[in-house]
Write a protein that binds this ligand. Sequence first.
Ligand code: PGA
Length: 242
Amino acid sequence: MQIRVLDDAEAVGREAATIVCGAVRAKPAAALGLPTGATPLPMYRELGRRARDGSADFGEATGYAIDEFAGVPFYAPGTNAEFFRAHADMGLRALTVPDSGAPDPDAEVRALATAVEAGGGFDLCVLGIGANGHIAFNEPGSEVDTSARVVELTATSRRAHAAGFGGLARVPALGMTLGVADLVASRRLLVLATGAEKAAIVASAIEGPMRAEVPASWLQSHGLVLWLLDRPAAAAMRKTDA
Ligand code: PGA
């Protein structure tokens, strides 16, 4: 595992964009696992900028959402589909997001995992980490061998999305997610965390034992993981190599 600590969230976004662009330069038809949330916004802004100024070309690359809500119409405000429509404007050849309105969300998310696998797997998967340690919607309790499935969202995760859905009561109870096993199958992983509210969980995921209570701790089992942290998010770690 590699850990890089940068000054602030913007610097994390720029560095993340450089890594994503590097992966696509090395393999133009790369398959990318892509996160949503506040953390990756600076990365998407930078990717859009680089695509527009011609310094990066995503025209052959494919993106996949790593999770989505279930039980609300496709592109409803607050969904990951809507997030990507608004923020992922780097000109990917294709971006696959499971349909949050699918009548059978379990089949829908399993189809996503099958599509990723059929495409040869992720060359790079970018992740955020929830304040409760989740990766994608693998909430606390998720074992390392979990596959794509429908999950009940925790109160913490639902609260984190209340604003996007126009109130806590409107946040779906269920989510669809690639499993921990699907995520760690990615050839490389890039994990982004910024802000003091992530400091404790980041320290626990990186320095604590691997355990289902902190799903992000499973990333320790992968040889090619890079964590990009800003200083506040790195503050609770005992040591960093940065
Ligand atoms: P956030 O979400 O970037 O909005 O904090 C992170 C996550 O849940 O993966």
